[in-house]
Design a protein around this ligand. Structure first.
Ligand code: ATP
Ligand code: MG
Length: 427
């Protein structure tokens, strides 16, 4: 148990880290291009924030939260998602003072106590974006377009955008009544979870993945027959903007998002590459959340994506990513008495921004050369007795095995000209 990570968690090892750097950089680059600024909120919040902000009838609040007490007995919860914390920060710091439309993005770990399986972990990473302050469907279109731009920049293919409207305070209650009516005589065939959902929030039945429920759900009345004029117009305009942007989508009237606070637009991006857990991200409008958390009525829309699932898709699609180029220069010595000089040399090289390494294990010269080879160093600087007396080092080109002696004082200029030559040779 000591040398084992807790269930549902995993280490991101150096062999995979380049994928994360790549993804994180693209997210920042694309979202800044769209005018979103990063916000970082704490890893835990008061439990009440999530109960109010996500909704008491959701799976997250009902069974997936990591909740604990601090020493004074206050209930805290590791964040299971990013929107409620961002909205909490928006209210707490009165961010709307600076701008009536606040555009934010975040990156970070989320925690949900779910049954671990492919694509579903207990600690996982999400990025998300939120636009707080506008009721207009044009901002919904922008959120969708910005999200897709990230996937596009990564180079992912085989993604589909699913789109729906879940109505508002005005029309959703009517649809819920219709759903209750529809499910009334079919309750015996629903799973136990859905029986509870029937009582609390029948919309959530549409989200059930169990086959017995899916069969019944397939034939249920469509929300589009019950949307109020405002919601119907909103949806129509959004479609028009998406068409303008050349964004292809599928309308799915059964798509409901996992969170209670969604209104109007709901959408999901799914990957043809993943199995059961195929959503690489989802989002929608949440016009009542700011109010629910104690602010003034402020319409908003956002998106969140699971980064592990994106990376899995990248690997399945063999997306080429830039990898760390590794060590460029290895400084080898024939004896520990040259360590002081070697340390100075390696330090100066590193200060010039050239990745350099040295032996820390007191290995023989032969073993150091093997190590330099393994590290794929382009050059090895050898400091032996002869060199030491001449105030020089032998510089060995590891590619063509040529070598020459140069003065220690000239190492930096020499290396810089070598790497400059290599750089210009590349292009
Ligand atoms: P799902 O139906 O796949 O459980 P969800 O509705 O719970 O998704 P959201 O709360 O919308 O998911 O989170 C947005 C994204 O975060 C998901 O589309 C998915 O990519 C990712 N995600 C959610 N839960 C997990 C998890 N336990 N492990 C890994 N990624 C997750
Ligand atoms: Mg879930």
């Amino acid at each position: 148990m000591l040398a084992k990570a807790p269930k549902g968690t995993s280490d991101i090892l150096p062999s995979r880290i380049d994928y994360w750097y790549y993804l994180e950089n693209i997210i920042k680059e694309v979202l800044q291009n769209y005018g979103y600024q990063e916000i970082r909120t704490p890893a835990f919040e008061y439990t009440e924030l999530f109960v109010r902000g996500i909704g008491a009838t959701t799976d997250i609040v009902n069974k997936e939260m990591f909740t604990f007490q601090d020493r004074k007995g206050r209930s805290l919860t590791l964040r299971p998602e990013g929107t409620a914390p961002v909205v909490r920060a928006y209210i707490e710091h009165n961010l709307k003072r600076e701008n009536p439309l606040v555009k934010l993005f975040y990156l970070g770990s989320m925690f949900r106590c779910e049954k671990p399986q492919a694509g579903r972990y207990r600690q996982f990473n999400q990025f998300g974006l939120e636009a707080i302050g506008s009721p207009l469907p044009i901002i919904d279109a922008e959120i969708i377009s910005a999200s897709l731009a990230i996937y596009q920049k990564i180079g992912l293919t085989d993604l589909s955008l699913m789109l729906n409207s879940v109505g508002c305070r005005e029309c959703r209650p009517k649809y819920l009544a219709v759903l209750r009516e529809y499910f009334l005589d079919k309750r015996d065939s629903l799973c136990p979870d859905c029986l509870l959902r029937y009582e609390k929030n029948p919309l959530r039945i549409l989200d059930c993945k169990k086959e017995q429920c899916q069969k019944i759900v397939k034939k249920c009345p469509s929300i589009f027959d019950y949307l109020c004029e405002d919601c119907a117009t909103h949806f129509l305009k959004l479609r028009q903007y998406l068409d303008t942007l050349g964004i292809v989508y599928q309308i799915n009237p059964l798509l409901v998002r996992g969170l209670d606070y969604y209104t109007k637009t709901a959408f999901e991006i799914i990957s043809g590459e993943l199995g059961a857990q195929n959503a690489v991200g989802g989002g929608g409008r949440y016009d009542y959340l700011v109010e629910e958390l104690g602010g003034n009525y402020t319409p908003a829309v956002g998106f969140a994506a699971g980064m592990e699932r994106i990376i899995e898709t990248m690997i399945k699609q063999s997306i080429k990513i830039p990898v760390w180029e590794g060590i460029k220069v290895f400084v080898a010595t024939t004896d520990a008495s040259y360590f002081v000089t070697a340390l100075e040399i390696v330090n100066q090289i590193r200060e010039k921004g050239i990745a350099a390494e040295i032996d820390f294990l007191g290995k023989s010269l032969k073993a150091q050369m093997r190590l330099a080879n393994k590290l794929k160093a382009s050059y090895v600087l050898i400091l032996g007795q002869e060199e030491w007396q001449e105030k020089k080092v032998t510089i060995k080109d590891m590619v063509n095995s040529s070598q020459e002696k140069i003065l220690i004082t000239e190492i930096l200029a020499y290396l810089q000209s070598l790497f400059l030559k290599k750089e210009s040779g590349k292009s």
